[in-house]
Design a protein around this ligand. Structure first.
Ligand SMILES: C[S@@+](CC[C@H](N)C(=O)[O-])C[C@H]1O[C@@H](n2cnc3c(N)ncnc32)[C@H](O)[C@@H]1O
Length: 268
């Protein structure tokens, strides 16, 4: 019996360590190599291989894995955004999703937007493979979709061109100096009265969760910790001016949803 228990414990540790090593290799490990000059650097140098390599994208994009990464709060976070969209009259208006994300967030946001009357949903991402992968999930909406290869920190879209903009867990992956730029661009393309829906990590209230979360960020995603204080997206949005912002936190404060509504008067 004890031999079986040891075998089981060893197997669990082996699988967990292997998974952690795999994710480290295809996320921060790859960025460390880039930083050391082993790979090229460009405007997408901060993007992990799990978002640029089509084989990795297909291997990882399974709902249970993605939900587990967000501590099984994925559905709740997406629902918070889709409820907002469903309560908005989007008749004849355009909705933007700034950057793709794994799981069913894109189809759910598109469904909610179209059911609220949206004329068109645009999906913008810096990586073409991500757009192709997202397109594969949206066959039912083919006539209402537009896919744009674009950089969230310097978007090609015109000022005030969309009525809702959804950003799902992008900021924590951006270098610090680009976080405010992405928010500023997200706000620039929003029409007066339009809403930005932002889902992100947040500083947990419980110290145990805070310690675990801090360790996770230090090892895997060091660019995310600044969202807890120096690059708090709510403060950054408030500093832009011209928005009414509401923040809701979920799961002991570990995640946040910010809804920023652009004042009818304009950007400031
Ligand atoms: C939204 S984030 C991470 C989402 C979350 N971890 C998930 O998938 O559940 C990943 C996406 O952001 C995109 N991305 C990263 N930097 C970008 C930028 N500057 N402009 C547009 N898209 C960007 C990546 O190509 C990738 O598709």
């Amino acid at each position: 019996m004890s031999a079986w228990l040891s075998y089981l414990a060893f197997s669990v540790i082996f699988v967990l360590t292997g998974t952690a090593l795999f994710f480290f290799t295809v996320t921060r490990g790859a960025l460390l190599l880039r930083g050391a000059g082993v790979a090229g650097s460009d405007h997408a140098a901060h993007v992990y291989p799990i978002y640029s390599n089509m084989r990795l994208i297909r291997m990882i994009d399974f709902q249970p894995i993605i939900s587990a990464i967000l501590l099984f709060q994925y559905d709740r976070l997406v629902s918070s955004i889709t409820q907002g969209l469903r309560h908005t009259n989007l008749d004849g208006k355009d909705v933007l999703i700034t950057s793709c994300a794994f799981g069913n967030v894109i189809p759910r946001v598109v469904t909610a937007a179209v059911e609220s009357g949206a004329r068109k949903v645009l999906v913008a991402d810096i990586i073409k493979n991500e757009l192709d992968h997202a397109q594969g999930k949206l066959g039912d909406f083919a006539g209402q979709m537009e896919f744009l290869e674009d950089n969230a920190t310097s978007m090609k879209l015109a000022d005030a061109s969309v009525d809702a903009n959804v950003i799902f867990f992008l900021l924590h992956e951006l270098p610090h100096h680009l976080k405010a730029k992405a928010l500023s661009e997200a706000c620039r393309v929003l029409a007066p009265g339009g809403k930005l829906y932002l889902a992100e990590f947040h500083r947990p209230d419980l110290w145990v969760l805070r310690a675990l979360s801090w360790t996770y960020f230090k090892v895997f995603e060091p660019l995310g910790l600044a969202l807890w204080d120096s690059h708090d997206p709510l403060k950054q949005l408030q500093a832009l001016g011209g928005f009414s912002c509401e923040r809701r936190t979920v799961f002991f404060g570990n995640f946040q949803i910010i809804v920023a509504t652009k004042n009818a008067a304009g950007h400031r």
